[in-house]
Each structure stands twice: as C-alpha cells, then as structure tokens.
Ligand binder design. Structure first.
Ligand code: ATP
Ligand code: MG
Length: 392
C-alpha cells in the first residue's frame, strides 16, 4: 500500500506577501532532509505540503519522524493512497485505518471531494466509510460532535487519500527565515534549550563554546558537541566555534579581585561572541540566561555584561523556571547529556561571594587591570570551528 505524508503549515499562512519566501525555505529544508531517506517528491497544494515516495526504497517512517522536527509545520498526517473507487477505498480503510484507532472509543468520518464527478457525494462517502470502519472495529462508536479521532477521505483528481488523525508538527517558522544568530552554548541545561527556542522562531544557528583547558576537560568539550548534535535535527547543519579562555582566566585570577571573576569573564564572553557574530553575519546573540537563577543573572549583572555587545541578545529562558526549562530539555532530548557532570569554564575559579548587584564603574575599574582588547584578540586567534552535520 502506498503511503504519503500530508503536512499542514502553521503561521506561514498568515505571512501575506512574504508567504512564498517562507514556503520556499520550508520546502528547501524538507527536500534536503528527504534526500537522506530516499527518492521523494515534495509538492504544494494550498496550505498543505505533500511528501510522496517515488520508489519502494524510500523510507517513509524515517521521513515521517524527521518531518516532526521541521519548524513551520503544525500537523503531519500519514495517509494511504488508493484508487478512486469504493471497492478500493473499502479495502484500504479496512487494512490501513485500524492501526490508528487502537485505544480509541469514538470516531467520525469526514469526506471531501475535489473531483465533483465522483459517483457519491461527501455525505454518502462518509456514511459508507463509517460502515467500513465499524465492520472492522465494532467496539467503536460514531460521535460527530467530539470524536477522539477523525477518519478523513479525500477524493482527488488522481486518486483517494485516506488518513486517520494528525500528528503534531514542531510548530514555529521555517529555519533561516529570521536570519542567523550566535548561540553561547555551554554544557548546561539552559543554553541548548535557548538555542532550540530561537531556531523554532526561524533562526539559523551558529554557536560558540568557551573552554578553559586544562581546567576544563576534553570530555566537557565532547559533551557540548554532543549537545550540538542533538540540536541538529531541529537546527540543521551549523558551526560551533571553540574558544579558549584559559589565558584570560589566569590573568583574571592574577590581577582582579575574586568577587569580580565571573562578571568580567562573562564580559569577555560577550565581547568575543560579539566579534564572532559580526564576522559571521549573525544579527543577534542567544544565551540561556534566566533571571535570578545565579549571581551572574541578576538584572544588575546582566546590566554589566550586556554593554559588551551592540547586538540584540535573545534570552528566551529569561522568564522561565528551571523546571520549565528542564521539561523542554527532556522533550528535545538534550537533558540526559546536559546533566553529565563535567566542569564548565564558568565553574572553575568561581568566587565565593560573587557580586549580585555589581556597579558598572567598579567592574570597569577591575577590568582595566587587564589588557582587555589584546586578550580578546588572542582568544579569537586561537579559535577553531567544529561543523555539526544534521544527519536527520
Ligand atoms: P546553562 O545551563 O546554559 O549552562 P547556567 O545556568 O549554567 O546555564 P551560566 O553558566 O551562568 O548559567 O551561563 C549563562 C549562559 O551563558 C549560558 O546559558 C550560556 O548561554 C552562556 N555560557 C555559559 N558558559 C558558557 C560556555 N562555556 N560557553 C559558551 N556559553 C556559555
Ligand atoms: Mg552553564
């Protein structure tokens, strides 16, 4: 039996004259992914995209799973295609539909006919098909008002589509339609979630990770790259810049008061990220900061780190509780990696009493004890890139 996927757009339908651009970007992503799963054709029909396997080797299960992580789609239906006559429809309904009805008690049938020459009208098709369903699943009841599942039959020009129930799509808008931004990716729980949330809003990702070898380990770096790979099914292929802060941290410890270590380190992070972002054409930075979570995430602390960049800083977790962030981390599959206990450069040389209400003038005075620009340039010169490929 031939199966296809019917994908429903989300917000794209509201895009007015830009809609074409959003659709094109979405199709490009789907075509890129489809290549991985075999020979598929992707066509558009009003606010639906049709993904159709072109030979028996095309892996529709793989494509279905991958499609659920494509932003811009709100619903995906698996759908059987058969000939446009009631005998063929009956056979297909009886073979194909019961697998979607397990555990359900009520259903209804909705029929649509774009081919108006078809012998039965929509009401008649729905009644017939309802009968087929009941004859194979006699424990079900028809409920036209509030059914647990809707069996749909569409009579099109070239055949009939039969599907039962829509699976949730990833929502959001297609990756790339909002431009590119640089994610400050640590090994923690929050920053991968922040990246995911911005990708959902159409951001194409680039990432930077700061390490402090040998105070942080190879394992800590590997953990971050694993997190990046876990984001790739949503984000697509992207680059992770690895920057060493070892020398900066050693200079900090030698020259500055302990209470200011974290704040000045974070100012370096923002300054370095700002430069990488601008060089790579990113229009914003993204961090996993959440208000009040730690000393460096108070309003005043954010106030002294923010001025190190002129770019907008997206902080999608800013108003979220840890538990809410954890829920998303679990959903997207980064949580288990994030809780592996490796150190981060923020957790080495941490002050016992970090300033929670720092004054900008005092932080600047501390920072003047270092050759800020030279240290930034040195860190940038030593940076290298790891490419994360989306193997969908
Ligand atoms: P996370 O769970 O994302 O690590 P956190 O609660 O541990 O967050 P911090 O360590 O204060 O918070 O970091 C706040 C944000 O700064 C992170 O979400 C991330 O965006 C950025 N950041 C922290 N450490 C690094 C790092 N080593 N490399 C890149 N970005 C970092
Ligand atoms: Mg962290």
């Amino acid at each position: 039996m031939k199966e296809i996927l019917l994908c429903k757009y989300g917000e794209i339908v509201l895009k007015g004259s830009n809609r074409r651009y959003f659709e094109d970007t979405l199709c490009k992503t789907l075509r890129y992914r489809a290549k991985h799963f075999g020979n598929f054709e992707i066509t558009r029909s009003q606010s639906t995209l049709i993904i159709e396997p072109k030979d028996e080797y095309a892996d529709i299960d793989g494509m279905f799973e991958s499609t659920q992580k494509v932003f811009g789609l709100v619903g995906i239906s698996r759908c059987a295609v058969c000939e446009k006559n009631m005998a063929s429809i009956e056979r297909t309904v009886k073979d194909y539909v019961p697998q979607f009805l397990a555990g359900k008690k009520t259903f209804k049938v909705v029929a649509k006919r774009s081919d108006k020459r078809f012998v039965l009208d929509s009401m008649q098709i729905a009644a017939e098909v309802g009968g087929y369903v009941l004859s194979t699943c006699p424990y079900l009841h028809v409920d036209v008002r509030d059914p647990e599942i809707v069996v749909q039959v569409e009579i099109r020009e070239f055949g009939a589509y039969i599907h039962a129930g829509q699976f949730k799509g990833a929502g959001g808008i297609p990756v790339g339609t909002s431009g590119k931004a640089l994610l400050l990716l640590s090994g923690g729980i929050d920053s991968p979630v922040a990246g995911y949330m911005m990708v959902k809003r159409g951001i194409q990702l680039e990432a930077v990770h700061f390490e402090s070898f040998p105070y942080t380990s190879e394992m800590a770096r590997e953990k971050v790259l694993t997190l990046a790979r876990e984001l790739a099914p949503y984000a697509g292929t992207f680059a992770v810049h690895i920057v060493s802060l070892t020398h900066i941290q050693e200079e900090l410890v030698k020259n500055c008061e302990e209470d200011y270590f974290t704040l000045i380190l974070r100012r370096y992070m923002m300054a370095i990220a700002d430069k990488i972002a601008k060089k790579k054409g990113c229009g914003a930075l993204i961090t996993g900061e959440s208000l009040g979570q730690v000393a460096s995430q108070t309003m005043q602390a954010l106030g002294v780190t923010n001025p190190m960049t002129t770019l907008p800083v997206f902080r999608p977790c800013i108003g979220m509780d840890k538990e809410e962030i954890v829920q998303i981390a679990r959903k997207i599959g980064t949580f288990e990696t994030s809780i592996q206990p490796y150190e981060d450069c923020c957790t080495v040389f941490t002050p016992k009493h970090p300033k929670t209400k720092p004054e900008l003038a005092k932080v600047e005075e501390q920072q003047r004890r270092l050759d800020f620009d030279a240290l930034v340039e040195e860190a940038l010169a030593g940076a290298y890139v790891e490419y994360i490929r989306a193997e969908v």
